[in-house]
Design a protein around this ligand. Structure first.
Ligand code: DUC
Ligand code: ZN
Ligand code: ZN
Length: 470
């Protein structure tokens, strides 16, 4: 099956140029001006649009069992919504319960993900430690293409990874050529602050950011970075939301340490005033961790993205509907943590990033796609427009506008933290391995089309770190 995408401007991480693209059997087969359509090929006219690599969201939680409930977007609805917004791959998380075998959890998540409409990989979380975890990390990295492991430094008495497990796991990552990642919040402090606030009678959503102040994130980010420094591993810090965490990353990078940072569209754009809104449903709809921050953190995060201290943009897509959030009506610590975003990240980054002059179109491609592919062992199959790469392609209208709303989005959730924002920059067509899954408002996502992404360990920067260790 082949498709000719005719007449667009191809934008990748380096440059942009006019070119037609021929897609054959799900891969890019030719890139040149004036290509002829082979007989039987579908022809899509790109017109004045850009042709960009499909977005990669390196941080999602589809149908995650969490805080007594299950995230409402499953692997089908969530990836379909992603396609409607120009995101064609995700890296989700396998999160074993403490004492649960990693392999068992991985098998469970692989089963859940079979319905995905777009390609997916998995980071696997280290929530406890013993010899079986050590062994399973080896099996996952060597046989199943799990090239990154996640460590929650928060969520005490649940999935929190203590320093002992963190050190053991980072050490194992070095042996395997895998990349450790951290959710950086000091879980002991969060636990204590939550108890104090509830005891003082602060039980509403306004307590959520008070229990997780920026210093809690800064401390954990710095601790993880210094542990990584001592052991000699690269490190990826997920959802950097606070200036203090960003400063820790920038400082370490300035000292020659290889630390990558991820920022969420939500943390770039939403501030903490949402938690003081007296409408519980509205305030609880914004409860995620780390929380949204006072506005000056947003300026710092944008600057961090421009300066190259933050490398990827993600969403932490983890949806809960109002009845699920209501579990915490009398106690904010019980509000399921998580917000949606997979459908809107690309438009938001274009509108507020490229539209404001903070990012060039190629920088947009880097932070929405290419950098994630490179850091997480998927490049150049993903994140690139080159012959042989997967035809995960998006036709991008840089001037079309749309207004974001829960009433029109495709995400399976009744709330949108970007409600009412009108953004310029719209995915008009999304191809996933050559399949046209989104065309001018028509969602044609195919349940089960998505394939598991085996990712490569031991990439160039892992090798470079090994050299530095000597
Ligand atoms: N934060 C969230 O808000 N939800 C899921 C997990 C996480 O770390
Ligand atoms: Zn997290
Ligand atoms: Zn997350």
């Amino acid at each position: 099956m082949s498709t000719l995408i005719r007449g667009g401007t191809v934008v990748d991480a380096e440059t942009s140029c006019r070119a037609d693209l021929l897609v054959v059997d799900g891969r890019i087969a030719a890139i040149a001006e004036g290509l002829e359509a082979p007989s039987g090929a579908a022809v899509v006219d790109a017109g004045d649009r850009l042709v960009i690599p499909g977005g990669i969201d390196p941080h999602t939680h589809m149908q995650l069992p969490f805080m007594g409930t299950v995230a409402s977007d499953d692997f089908y609805t969530g990836t379909a919504a992603g396609l409607a917004g120009g995101t064609t791959s995700i890296v989700d998380f396998v999160i074993p319960n403490p004492q649960q075998s990693l392999m068992e959890a991985y098998t469970t998540w692989r089963g859940w993900a079979e319905k995905a409409a777009a390609d997916y990989g998995f980071h696997v979380a280290i929530t406890w430690w013993d010899e079986s975890v050590h062994a399973d990390m080896g099996t996952l990295a060597r046989e199943h293409g799990v090239a990154s492991f996640k460590h929650f430094m928060a969520y005490k008495n649940a999935i929190m990874c203590d320093d002992e497990a963190l050190v053991s796991s980072f050490t194992r990552c070095i042996e395997l050529g895998a990349l450790p990642t951290v959710h950086a919040e000091n879980g002991e402090l969060v636990f204590r602050l939550q108890k104090q606030l509830v005891a003082q009678g602060i039980t509403g959503p306004e307590g959520h950011p008070l229990s997780r102040p920026p210093a809690v994130e800064g401390e954990a980010a710095n601790r993880a970075i210094r542990i990584a420094e001592v052991l000699g591993t690269p490190l990826y810090v997920v959802h950097v939301s606070a200036e203090q965490a960003l400063e820790a990353i920038a400082r370490a990078r300035g000292e020659g340490q290889r630390v990558f940072g991820e920022v969420l569209a939500g943390h770039l754009l939403v501030d903490d005033s949402v938690y003081r809104n007296l409408d519980f449903t509205f305030a609880a709809g914004h409860v995620m961790s780390p929380p949204f921050r006072p506005r000056h953190h947003q300026d710092a995060l944008w600057a961090g993205l421009q300066a190259g201290h933050l490398h990827t943009t993600a969403t932490d897509h983890c949806c809960f509907c109002a009845p699920q959030k209501a579990a915490g009506r009398d106690n904010f610590t019980l509000i399921p943590n998580g917000c949606a975003g997979i459908e809107d990240r690309m438009s938001l980054l274009w509108h507020y990033g490229v539209g404001s002059g903070r990012l060039t179109p190629s920088e947009f491609v880097r932070v929405t796609s290419t950098n994630a592919a490179q850091i997480f062992g998927m490049y150049p199959r993903k994140g690139a427009i080159r012959i042989g790469a997967d035809a995960d392609l998006v036709l991008w209208d840089p001037v079309a506008t749309r207004t974001i709303s829960a009433s029109t989005h495709h995400q399976n959730v009744d709330f949108n933290i970007f409600e009412g924002r009108t953004v310029s920059g719209v995915a008009t067509h999304s191809f996933t391995r050559g399949l046209l899954a989104w065309a001018d408002g028509d969602l044609r996502a195919v349940r089960g089309h998505g394939q598991y992404l085996k990712r490569a360990t031991g990439g160039a920067y892992i090798e470079a770190s090994a050299k530095r260790r000597g």
